[in-house]
Ligand binder design. Structure first.
Ligand code: G6P
Length: 366
């Protein structure tokens, strides 16, 4: 991939706009006519998936958030899955259920904690290790039993964007493969594969909301805090949205599973607290709407991203609608406007978007 930012003002913006192409690239050769092409994973990988009874995901930062989304996907198909940040996992005594497969997720393949977790896992009785990684010659790729490459190309912006969404695509493919070993029907598989196939086009449409998101961003420039809410697989999407905002705009942002609002963060909500929420048309919608009602009752300003079928029905809010999003891949699509929101807030604040203070692209020492 080219590492020239071309006409884009920042690498991060370029990388956000590259997502339709790199997602298509990550799917290339791995699906065909509504089916997953498992042969493309390699024999060793499919043999490991055959044996896997439990998945343990270990990662850091944005890659950890991708792992959290994957857990919702895997458990939906009856595949037990645990997720932990590498810096905790590596130092505690862990109980590894029989038939566990270790999956590390990393853009760089060089994150010290993730690498240490992999190395430390060898004595723990795993059936093997798989890394979802973006850098072919990296340490994690060399030291894992098998790898599943994301094909995001070089990512320069410290705040990860295209690496994250390609990780989600890779994890969704792995979830389909594991689900095949459970109760997945051909029709279900076709539906899941077609949803993935539709992603580049859907993301192109979402990218056209950029100007509206820029306007939304103005509501954050003079704020010191922001709250991101989500439920189900959109809770990790909220975590990732909050992480993006704090990394590059230096606004303190916190993400909460919306149902936990009443157990603490509601105390912080007043007119000076912008609240961001993804409102997909899913079974938890009514619950989320009632959580948002609580926010409105305390004067919190709402910034929503909703499905066009959703009737928000609150008294005051800014809303951007996304159309024709499929439930299985919605966490991927909804991540895009949150990346753009963080980007535009940072640009308005004049921070160093690609090289935020105190942060490194790859944390290779502890
Ligand atoms: C650093 C980067 C993050 C990244 C994390 C994990 O903190 O600034 O963007 O998510 O490391 O990196 P990895 O390369 O393992 O995905």
């Amino acid at each position: 991939a080219s590492i020239d930012k071309g006409l884009y003002a920042h690498y991060m913006l370029k990388e956000i706009y590259e997502q339709p192409a790199v997602i298509a690239e990550t799917l290339e050769g791995r699906i065909h006519k509504g089916r997953l092409l498992e042969a493309s994973f390699g024999h060793e990988t499919t043999a490991l998936l055959d044996k896997a009874r439990h998945i343990q995901i270990v990662a850091c930062g944005t890659s950890y958030h991708a792992g959290m989304v994957a857990r919702y996907w895997m458990e939906e198909f009856g595949i037990p899955c645990s997720v932990e940040v590498a810096s905790e996992y590596r130092y505690r005594k862990v109980v590894v259920p029989e038939g566990s497969l270790l999956i590390t997720i990393s853009q760089s393949g060089e994150t010290a904690d993730t690498l240490a977790a992999l190395r430390g896992s060898r004595a723990n009785g795993y059936i093997g290790s798989l890394t979802v990684c973006n850098v072919p010659e990296s340490s994690l790729v060399r030291e894992s039993d098998v790898c599943f490459m994301t094909r995001a190309g070089t990512e320069i912006g410290v705040a990860s964007t295209k690496a994250f969404t390609t990780q989600l695509v890779a994890l969704r493919l792995l979830a389909i493969a594991l689900a095949r070993r459970k109760e997945l029907s051909t029709a279900q598989e076709e539906a899941m594969v077609n949803e993935l196939h539709a992603l580049p086009r859907q993301i192109e449409v979402v990218l056209q909301l950029a100007d509206a998101i820029k306007t939304m961003a103005e509501g954050f420039v003079d704020k010191h805090n922001a709250l991101f809410l989500g439920r189900g697989a959109f809770y990790p999407v909220a975590l990732e949205g909050a992480l993006k905002l704090k990394e590059i705009s230096y606004i303190h942002a916190e993400a909460y599973p919306a149902g936990e609002l009443k157990h603490g963060p509601l105390a912080l909500v007043d007119e000076s607290m912008p609240v961001v929420c993804a409102l997909p048309d899913d079974p938890l919608l009514e619950k989320v709407l009632s959580n948002l009602q609580e926010v409105r009752a305390r004067g919190g300003e709402l910034f929503l991203f909703s499905d066009h079928k959703v009737n928000v029905g609150l008294d005051h809010y800014q809303n951007l609608t996304l159309s024709d999003i499929y439930p299985g891949t919605a966490p991927i699509v909804y991540s895009i406007p949150l990346q753009l929101l963080a980007y535009h807030v940072a640009v308005l604040k004049g921070t160093d978007v690609d090289q935020p203070r105190n942060l490194a692209k790859s944390v290779t020492v502890e």
